[in-house]
Design a binder for this molecule. Structure first.
Ligand SMILES: Nc1ncnc2c1ncn2[C@@H]1O[C@H](COP(=O)(O)OP(=O)(O)OP(=O)(O)O)[C@@H](O)[C@H]1O
Length: 735
């Protein structure tokens, strides 16, 4: 950089600093003006009949954001935690083409809208229509924009500017500096959590973000095309554009794993939005937090639509160990109902009620049958006596207890019972595998991710447990994961589930059954990421939460690990209902350096010839390193941990930020020692858990074993090979 250029940049930074100072001064005043907060901004965020936000109503939203009650508090959070409260500037010329005079306007774009005392906008919220040219203008269609500038700031200090010129030549009085904001952003190191892209959203991404909120919006595209980050910005946009609907109705964001939710959790708060519910697939049902995965074969059985019938039968069958006949004395008369009569009563009781809501009805049906058998004396007197009988109470408590849906799922641990409920739906082998898995659950005291959808389905069938309130957080509750550090401290999913020998069978069961499964919440918008991996049963679970919702659904079929795509699509279509659909397709890979993506493409194309292959926009000039080692004929061959440690050191020297060692189970133990190394920058993780995540560098251990072990085979390897932004090393042991 020449001295003149340095001076020019410094001068531009100084200009922007002046504006930022004004904004902060205004915000400080706004903080003190808490009495002005009664401005009814909320009511203005309405849409017209087309679902689009009306401009004049948007201007009402500026006031709201500047003055609402917690603006000052939100600003404090934004200032301390996130860069760039004001991150953009537009220089527009409204003069018609060919006019002598220019008609200039400057607009600043930020995370929140702010006005000064004269009601002039100092900053426009990025979601407002007036901010749209910041994202949509291109040299081909400049929308009146001459220069688009991205400001980088730290706290209250501007530290850099990057310009894009939208006209062939800059006016004489306008300075243009920097090499473009997008590449600067992509080149920076990634850190451990996803960042928002509010300063560099591209035009085609902006279309998906601001698309109308009717029905289903599907966003597809290959790895690293920004699908996740676009979907999250869309959630923030929807809250802004129709706050009344989405804040009160709620937005649910579903991702594949706890690692994923920990990874994305700061994006929405950085955009000023806290009111979104983030859940992983193991965490959708309250009171269960599942992170364990069973073998792909068992997961495939549990996720398939056949489970509907199995669970239906489970919900309707007698409680294991329940009495098979009823023998009581009522009003001095013997009552005996045999197995057949009880089965008939069960069927009738369940005809139009869920099991747990049928208890009263069951008593009535029992009483009627008992009376039909006895027919002695006065009917009403008999029925009263039946109703008051303690012996009847005892029988009903044993024969028709309230059933916790989780308890019903555990009944499958009995192989004979599993055969019975799986008959003609699943093979005996599959039924035995379900039974074995249930016994493992009981032994470990922890649910698996695919169990959660089964519990949800069962809870609809058996109904709410009408039990006295159980304290919300019991001793046995697994704490929610709180951020990445905790997830790492817990050990990534790579660790084989350990049997906790301090757990007696009772405490393992209590741990599995703590709390009460409540009714599921209905949301106004449901956002599903990595949708290609949802099993049919998981689609049903999510569908129950979005019956009246609009949806944003994000996925890439080439990265799928669910084996039966057609069956999952059937369940997905049922969840969508008949709502209209619109689709957006992303084609540019913003994550991987081109050299890394080329490597991954070679892996996927032979297996999935029609994979959705995006174009990578950035080159580093460094190809991934391929290390083959461990020739069995060489006596002094190094072992995998030594080779991995050396490769890791090379990567750590080359990148500043985060590094993942991605290993199949086979080498997991050898790799675990690397977890947390290099100043905590390294995480050791299994292939499936890398979905949706990214690191500055990755060390991929034994790709052939990854393909062999993973349910999706080469598709999972494709996911693994597209996680690195800047550097990748692949270790291939010869054996
Ligand atoms: N306009 C943009 N400006 C800056 N960074 C961007 C932009 N779009 C995407 N990115 C970055 O590209 C990376 C990939 O984005 P994201 O994770 O959303 O992709 P994805 O399509 O969901 O990937 P995958 O399907 O592989 O999980 C992220 O680091 C994201 O911040």
């Amino acid at each position: 950089m020449t001295d003149t250029h340095v001076d020019a940049v410094a001068a531009e930074i100084a200009i922007e600093q002046q504006h930022l100072d004004r904004v902060h001064a205004e915000l400080a005043k706004a903080g003190k003006r808490a009495d002005l907060v009664a401005v009814d901004g909320m009511s203005r965020g309405r849409t017209d009949r087309t679902g689009d936000v009306r401009d004049e109503e948007m201007s009402g939203l500026f006031e709201r954001d500047a003055l609402v009650f917690n603006a000052a508090r939100r600003m404090a959070t934004l200032e301390h935690q996130y860069e760039g409260l004001v991150f953009g500037r537009l220089d527009l010329d409204h003069a018609p083409e060919g006019a002598d005079q220019s008609d200039r306007e400057v607009r600043y774009i930020g995370r929140l809208g702010v006005r000064d005392d004269d009601y002039e906008p100092l900053v426009i919220d990025w979601r407002a229509p007036a901010a749209s040219p910041f994202y949509r203008a291109t040299p081909g269609d400049n929308q009146g924009v001459i220069r688009r500038r991205v400001l980088r700031s730290r706290g209250e200090r501007v530290i850099g500017v990057e310009d894009d010129l939208m006209v062939p030549e800059a006016p004489d009085d306008m300075v243009v500096v920097g090499d473009g904001a997008l590449l600067a952003a992509l080149t920076r190191s990634r850190g451990q959590q996803m960042r928002d892209i509010v300063a560099t959203i591209q035009a085609h991404q902006d279309e998906a973000i601001r698309a109308n909120d009717r029905g289903i919006t599907e966003i597809s595209g290959g790895p690293g095309t920004g699908k996740t980050v676009v979907a999250l910005h869309r959630a923030a946009y929807l809250l802004y554009a129709n706050r009344r609907r989405y804040e009160s109705g709620g937005i649910l964001v579903i991702g594949p794993s706890a690692a994923y939710t920990a990874y994305i959790e700061r994006v929405l708060p950085s955009l000023g939005e806290e009111s979104v519910t983030l859940r992983s697939l193991g965490d959708v049902v309250d009171v269960i937090t599942a992170v364990r995965h069973e073998s792909p074969e068992v997961a495939a059985i549990k996720g398939s639509l056949q489970m509907r019938t199995v669970l239906k039968r489970l919900a309707a069958r007698a409680v294991p160990g329940a009495p098979t006949s009823m023998r009581v004395m009522v009003g001095g008369l013997p009552v005996h109902l045999d197995e057949g009569q009880l089965a008939d009563i069960r069927r009738r009781a369940l005809r139009d009620r869920t099991r747990n809501q049928a208890t009263k009805h069951v008593r009535e049906l029992l009483a009627e049958s008992a009376w039909r058998q006895v027919r002695e004396g006065d009917r009403d007197e008999f029925l009263d006596a039946f109703d008051e009988s303690l012996a009847v109470d005892d029988f009903v408590a044993e024969w028709w207890p309230q059933v916790d849906p989780r308890e019903a799922l555990l009944w499958l641990a009995d192989t004979e019972l599993a055969y019975e409920v799986c008959r003609s739906v699943l093979s005996q082998g599959d039924a035995a595998a379900l039974a074995h898995a249930a016994r493992e659950t009981l032994e470990l005291g922890s649910w698996t991710v695919s169990d959660v959808a089964l519990v949800d389905e069962l809870s609809v069938r058996v109904g709410q447990v009408e039990a006295p309130e159980v304290e919300e957080r019991s001793f046995y509750e697994i704490e929610e994961l709180d951020g990445v550090e905790e997830l790492q401290a817990m050990g990534s999913a790579i660790r084989a589930p350990e049997v906790d020998h301090s757990l007696t069978p009772t405490s393992a069961r209590e741990r599995l059954l703590h709390g009460t499964v409540g009714r599921s919440t209905d949301y106004a918008h449901v956002l599903v990421d990595e949708a290609q991996d949802l099993s049919p049963m998981q689609w049903r679970m999510i569908g129950r939460r979005g019956r009246r919702a609009s949806w944003t659904v994000v996925g890439d079929v080439a990265q799928a690990s669910w084996p039966d795509i057609a069956e999952a699509e059937q369940a997905r279509d049922e969840a969508y209902g008949t709502q209209p659909r619109q689709a957006f397709h992303m084609t540019t890979n913003y994550r991987n350096a081109q050299e890394i993506f080329d490597y991954a493409r070679e892996v996927i194309l032979p297996v999935v010839p029609d994979a959705d292959i995006p174009d990578a926009v950035r080159q580093t000039g460094v190809r991934p390193e391929d290390v083959t080692f461990g020739d069995p004929l060489d006596d002094s061959r190094p072992d995998v941990s030594t080779v991995a440690a050396q490769a890791l050191t090379r990567l750590a020297d080359e990148v500043d930020g985060s590094i993942a060692v991605i290993t199949p189970q086979r080498h997991a133990e050898a790799m675990l020692a690397l977890d947390g190394s290099h100043d905590g920058r390294v995480v050791v993780i299994d292939p499936l858990s890398t979905k949706g995540l990214e690191w500055d560098a990755t060390l991929v251990v034994d790709p052939d074993a990854i393909v062999r072990e993973a349910p999706g085979g080469a598709r999972v390897l494709y996911v693994v090979l597209t996680r690195a932004a800047h550097r990748m090393t692949v270790l291939r042991p010869l054996d």
